[in-house]
Design a protein around this ligand. Structure first.
Ligand SMILES: [Zn+2]
Length: 303
């Protein structure tokens, strides 16, 4: 194959990786008809567009060529000179946005990549977004739902995504059809999720234009340190300080678990640093099928 292309064939055809073969063909036929030299009275511009659309279709409709193309695109994303709107987990400048404070660099200017766009009326898919999400340790260990707010491009409410108001350009979106808005989603945290795990929330990225599909939202889990619990894989360590009398004579003690409390029996002659395992009170394993243990580690108060 010749020099790898920098053209985004998916965007050119206004499709996603998941678009069916039949729909790709349909989409291609529409565009081919639109730009066919016979119907455009020899327009150089139309001819060029026809060529690009055909090139995109030729690649994406052929399983072997498509695989090669996808591979090259993935490779290009990993190189420093990749187009800046592609997800890149490897320490991107600007990096992951934070949902609170910090620099909100999550959404990207959707028109920064215009050279690829060959027709302003063509459906283009929305941008994928990537952020980090802070997850409290107990929620990560046992699963749950947390609200998450972020900014993204949505369809302009003023012009309903047409970019125009009557014969004028829409003043709200300046004709871009999209506006930045803050949205809040309830994010499902799977039980036992690991730190740095990436959650994919399909279709919750930026809106597409001209009826193109939205992008996806990718959230990288950042488990927050907890004042009491420390997670080591599926086990959770909880250090408790007990009176020296209890350590010497033994007795029952109520301790906090991830989501409740439980009573344990402290043995006689317990020493500093000794551990007691509370079975099945740790973090979820296999997305909740099993649970690790809660390990109580004893500190003893000085007399
Ligand atoms: Zn508008």
């Amino acid at each position: 194959m010749a020099q790898p292309t920098t053209r985004n064939y998916y965007k050119i055809l206004g499709i996603t990786q998941k678009t069916s073969k039949a729909d790709i063909k349909k989409r291609y036929r529409e565009l081919a008809k639109k730009y066919h030299p016979d119907t455009n009275a020899g327009s150089k511009k139309a001819e060029e567009k026809f060529k690009i659309v055909s090139e995109a279709y030729e690649t994406l409709s052929n399983a072997k060529k498509r695989k090669e193309y996808d591979r090259q695109q993935t490779y290009q994303k990993k190189t420093p000179h990749r187009p800046k709107s592609q997800p890149n987990w490897n320490a991107p400048p600007g990096g992951f946005g934070r949902e609170q404070g910090g620099s909100q660099k999550g959404y990207e200017e959707p028109f920064a990549q215009e050279p690829e766009s060959i027709d302003p009326d063509m459906p283009t898919s929305g941008f994928d977004l990537q952020f980090m999400v802070d997850v409290p340790l107990p929620v990560a260990a046992l699963g749950g739902t947390i609200p998450y707010s972020y900014e993204k491009y949505v369809q302009c409410e003023e012009c309903e995504g047409t970019g125009t108001q009557g014969s004028d350009e829409c003043t709200e979106c300046q004709g871009k059809q999209l506006v930045v808005r803050s949205v809040t989603l309830d994010i499902k945290i799977p039980p036992g999720v690991a730190d740095q795990y990436t959650l994919a929330i399909i279709k919750e990225g930026g809106a597409g234009r001209n009826g193109g599909p939205p992008g996806d939202l990718f959230l990288k889990v950042c488990i927050q340190p907890h004042p009491k619990f420390k997670r080591i894989k599926n086990d959770v360590i909880h250090e408790v300080t007990i009176p020296s009398k209890l350590a010497q004579e033994g007795g029952s003690l109520e301790v906090e678990t991830l989501n409740a409390t439980t009573t344990i029996q402290v043995e006689e002659e317990t020493l500093v640093g000794e551990e007691l395992r509370v079975l099945g009170e740790g973090a979820a394993i296999n997305w909740g099928k099993k649970r690790g243990d809660l390990i109580i580690k004893f500190n003893i108060e000085e007399d």
